[in-house]
Design a protein around this ligand. Structure first.
Ligand SMILES: Nc1ncnc2c1ncn2[C@@H]1O[C@H](COP(=O)(O)OP(=O)(O)OP(=O)(O)O)[C@@H](O)[C@H]1O
Ligand SMILES: [Mg+2]
Length: 399
């Protein structure tokens, strides 16, 4: 089968080997692709899936360029991770490798600020926003503060009271690469994710899921993705299409976050890559499209046909696991959860000795469960029940 895919033996540089890259690395292995994984953490859970490992930051553009040359790679991919999307596009262009994104599009896609400007110019609905470069306490509240060029909730906070403003602005500026903070109107309403794949400018929405997020202080952290979305899937897909077009993304996977406000859908942001929450695996289970495989093909310059999503189940849910703060003593026994009805995958991200903090960002999550069922509710119940079986024993005294 690997031979039939046309991917077997191809050499692919994968930026990141963390939880967000597990699915792509597994798919690459299944297709016989030779992967060189880059991560600054030698203990990253995806390292074991790679054929070769480089202990290097996925943001070290110079190092990645050198590695691409030394390893004679035939493609570069940055799944589930933002900043390296721009790096992958530039490194591919420099080495004349096929790549779904032009460097200019990659650079646009990794800046929340430049996205806001493009959406404004193209009339894509979005929160009201402005930029600040110094601590301020004269901004309308409630508002959301964020670093324009980070992901994973770094520098992100919800401000409800003026007294919290100064600190939130300072935090966002400190987290930013460019010394600026983005201040946004707080958009209330259900949040949806549109996972899609584009082929030569044809945007094909694959799954629209509800993104269930944590409350402050873990504001914005996804705790579950639930398919199908309860409401607004068609309008969300249409707005995602417009947002992706506004950024000039014509090929490859996109992940668009949208909130359904009282005055219609508003785009939080677009990522020009696979989602980082096992979205491709949910997509395959829900609508039968091998999104990881498509992303691999696009990254290696293999021909791709626009996919045809067809519901395969009534519902599908990815539920993330959260461990109590402390040093992990014994990882959870996964057998019972993995064998439960409808459970397709159980992932545990960390090994004994890892120190969990309180849940603040996506990186604090401990694992995930993917479950399917006859309905959205059935899949949700199964994922939650399986997650409850997974106990992380931590020792808070060792933190
Ligand atoms: N203006 C806003 N109004 C309402 N909620 C928001 C706003 N901005 C961000 N959020 C919430 O915070 C989450 C993360 O926001 P955003 O994508 O901007 O940050 P991020 O650091 O890129 O996080 P992630 O890596 O999870 O995408 C959103 O999915 C949403 O739940
Ligand atoms: Mg985001």
């Amino acid at each position: 089968m690997a031979g039939a895919s046309g991917l077997s033996g191809k050499r692919l540089l994968v930026l990141g080997a963390g939880a967000a890259q597990l699915g792509l690395l597994e798919a690459a292995r299944g297709a016989g692709v030779f992967t060189i994984a880059v991560d600054r953490d030698p203990g990253a859970p995806g390292m074991a899936l790679a054929d070769r490992r480089a202990i290097l930051s996925a943001e070290d553009e110079l190092g990645i360029g050198r590695l691409a040359e030394a390893e004679r790679v035939e493609g570069v991919i940055a799944p589930g991770i933002d900043w390296p999307v721009g790096i992958a596009a530039r490194v591919a262009a420099k080495r004349a490798l096929p790549h779904p994104l032009e460097p200019a599009t990659g650079a646009l896609a990794v800046s929340k600020l430049r996205q806001r400007e493009r959406f404004g110019a193209e009339g894509v609905p979005q929160p009201r926003w402005r930029v600040v470069t110094e601590p301020e306490d004269d901004l309308p509240v409630p508002c959301v503060l964020k670093a324009p060029d980070r992901q994973g909730q770094r520098g992100l906070s919800l401000v409800r009271d003026e007294s919290e403003l100064r600190r939130a602005v300072a935090q966002a500026i400190a987290a930013a690469r460019n010394g600026q903070a983005l201040v946004e109107e707080l958009v209330e309403g259900p949040e949806l994710t549109v996972n899609a794949f584009s082929v030569d400018g044809e945007f094909v929405p694959l799954t629209v899921t509800d993104r269930i997020t944590a409350e402050p202080p873990a504001f914005g952290v996804a705790l579950a993705h639930v398919w199908p979305a309860e409401d607004g899937a068609a309008e969300a897909a249409e707005v995602a299409r417009r947002a992706v077009a506004a950024l000039g993304i014509r090929n490859g996977p996109t992940y668009t976050q949208i909130r359904l406000s009282a005055d219609g859908p508003k785009v939080m942001e677009v990522a020009a890559r696979l989602g980082g929450g096992h979205d491709a695996e949910l997509c395959r289970a829900a609508v039968g499209v091998d999104l990881n495989g498509l992303a691999l093909r696009a990254a290696l310059g293999e021909p791709v046909e626009p996919p045809s999503p067809e519901p395969r189940v009534g519902g599908a849910t990815t539920a993330f696991l959260v461990a109590p703060a402390g040093e992990l003593q014994t990882p959870p026994a996964v057998d019972e959860a993995a064998a439960a009805e409808g459970v397709l995958a159980v992932r545990v991200y960390r090994r004994p000795g890892f120190r969990f903090g309180e849940l603040r960002t996506g990186a604090d999550r401990a694992g995930a469960v993917l479950a399917v069922g006859d309905s959205r509710a059935a899949a949700w119940d199964r994922a939650r029940a399986a997650a409850a079986l997974l106990r992380f024993h931590t020792d808070a005294a060792l933190v």
